[in-house]
Design a protein around this ligand. Structure first.
Ligand code: F6P
Length: 529
């Protein structure tokens, strides 16, 4: 307790110093551009490289003093010990009393302490081979042509994003589809042109208790059984879950179950059996390259000094803007159509992890925590919301992401334009245009951004990129002294939906609902055909 007080006091002092320092940048006359005028080495001093990944963070409100103060804050927050605790498998998910050991999922076999991970990867590899070589057949003896992943949240967003990002690496004719929404039209649209005899359903649910996934799995099973009998379930359903019993009760055969463990958080699970659709889509070797890339970023996060540590620098920048520049949101803008789903994936990763109001000791928090994350692939956004980034009243830091090499051969010119647009947007955000003939044409500039440049978008580099954001999120949670690995707020809506469902289905139970909800239910009952 004594030492905790001491940490809090030191933390307060470090925060006060940051607050005072930030006033220098928040002055109207301060120009971000002048930081470059004063230092011709700014790019090399404010960029980091790790293998095929470069982080340019020079277009930020940072001076050597800022870095020193932020690093001091990170030390006061015990960030190095927290990083060691995560890799050491300590119970850092305090409210659920478990470790958050997703890094173990990508530790190479020769270094692992978790043989169950290696066994599961081997089991996945066998399944992938059987499906790819056509020895896994459906009820009529035909090879599988379509995989349908039934899952939501972490059991959907990560695998869907990676499959889309790596679609050019696929060397199979297999089509992989993702169904997440409880809205029956999602499953119905997906199954529209599919044949039951060649479709394999993959039920992805850590808990095997998520309403959306269970309802979609039941509907998929009904669709299958309309064409054949119950024995076909064994050939057309597999599951990835910690809840092996519930999956067996659903009718999935024991040999078709792929385990994961409570120390794998849902939004950190694409590296586990939840990533099986990725392995099916791009092949096991590419899936292993994805894991290897993530492992390389793990080593960097674990070993690099704080000032050279990419996830730590990204976390400190987000902390800096959220706390001292009143940034309510930040944008992630991949200049890569293949990374179009990355912002949606990051929304869950960041907002489910960092949307907290109590600290790890259970005290209400007096400072800001997670901001709103949003974005889509560039250049589309330039013709939509970029106007607000340039001339709106919100302060929105941006992460630009681009790949130096295109995976499309034969249109180098278009790719060159894509990169030029990416770089010119970060330049325009920083410099603005002050010498205009009308106030309406003045662009204030002074908007900070990072640029993450990949040598190319391949499985290894994508693994590094995703792990970079995972570790950034953890580092931020340490700076804010919150638990990044629970999501109790989500539970309330789930419980209430059971109550509201009961009220909609019967006359009973309505009285204890508020008038608005009752009114809506009444209208539904009136309108329902
Ligand atoms: O949205 C809440 C949540 O619990 C996420 O954290 C999780 O990724 C998702 O639901 C799906 O959970 P499950 O994999 O258990 O079906």
């Amino acid at each position: 307790m004594g030492s905790e007080m001491c940490i809090r006091d030191r933390n307060k002092v470090a925060r006060l110093a940051l607050q005072k320092h930030s006033e220098e940048f928040n002055r109207k006359e301060f120009r971000l551009r002048t930081l470059f005028d004063k230092n011709s080495n700014r790019f090399s001093e404010y960029s980091l490289s790790h293998e095929g990944l470069l982080l340019d963070y020079s277009k930020n409100f940072l001076t050597p003093e800022t870095i020193a103060l932020l690093l001091d804050f990170a030390e006061q927050s015990q960030l190095p010990a927290a990083i060691a605790a995560m890799f050491g498998g300590e119970e850092i998910n305090t409210t659920e009393e478990r470790a958050a050991l997703h890094v173990a999922l990508r530790t190479p076999a020769a270094e692992t302490n978790t043989p169950e991970v290696i066994e599961t990867l081997d089991k996945i590899e066998k399944l992938v081979a059987q499906i790819h070589n056509g020895t896994w057949t459906g009820y009529s003896g035909k090879a599988i042509t379509d995989i349908v992943n039934l899952g939501i949240g972490g059991s959907d967003l990560g695998p869907a994003m990676v499959c889309d990002a790596l679609s050019t690496f696929s060397n199979t004719k297999l089509s992989v589809h993702f169904v997440s929404n409880l809205d029956p039209s999602h499953l119905q649209n997906t199954l529209k042109d599919m044949q039951a005899e060649t479709t394999l359903f993959v039920v992805a649910s850590k808990s095997f208790a998520t309403l959306e996934t269970l309802k979609n799995a039941e509907a998929a099973r009904d669709w299958l059984l309309r064409k054949t009998d119950a024995t076909a379930t064994a050939k057309h359903f597999i599951a990835m879950t910690t809840n092996l019993r519930a999956a067996t009760e659903f009718g999935i055969e024991e040999q078709n179950l792929f385990p994961l463990w409570d120390w794998v958080g849902g939004r950190f699970s694409l590296w586990s059996a939840i990533g099986l659709p990725i392995a099916l889509a791009v092949g096991m070797d590419k899936f292993r390259q994805l894991l290897a890339g993530a492992n390389s970023m793990d080593k960097h996060f674990r070993e690099a000094p704080l000032q050279e540590n990419m996830p730590v620098i990204l976390a400190l920048l987000s902390f800096w803007y959220r706390e001292y520049f009143n940034a309510h949101s930040s944008a992630v803008l991949p200049y890569s159509q293949r990374l179009n789903l990355l912002p949606s994936y990051l929304q869950q990763l960041c907002m489910e992890s960092l949307g907290k109001s109590a600290d790890k000791q259970g005290t209400p928090i007096e400072h800001n925590t997670g901001d709103v994350i949003w974005g889509t692939a560039g250049t589309n956004g330039q013709h939509s919301y970029f106007q607000l980034l340039h001339q709106g009243t919100e302060f929105i830091p941006v992460d630009f992401i681009a790949a130096a090499n295109s995976d499309v051969r034969g249109n180098a010119e278009a790719h060159q334009h894509l990169l030029a647009n990416c770089f010119s947007q970060s330049l325009a955000l920083m410099e603005g245009k002050l010498d205009a003939d009308s106030i309406h044409k003045v662009v204030a500039g002074n908007k900070p951004s990072n640029t993450l440049l990949l040598e190319e978008l391949n499985p290894y580099n994508l693994g590094m990129l995703i792990a970079l954001y995972e570790h950034k999120v953890y580092a931020l949670s340490v700076l804010w002294n919150i638990n990044a690995f629970d999501q109790w707020g989500v539970e309330l809506g789930k419980k209430l939906s059971t109550k509201v469902y009961a009220a909609m289905s019967t006359e009973a139970d309505q009285d204890n609902l508020d008038e608005s909800t009752q009114g809506l239910i009444e209208k539904i009952k009136y309108w329902k055909k």
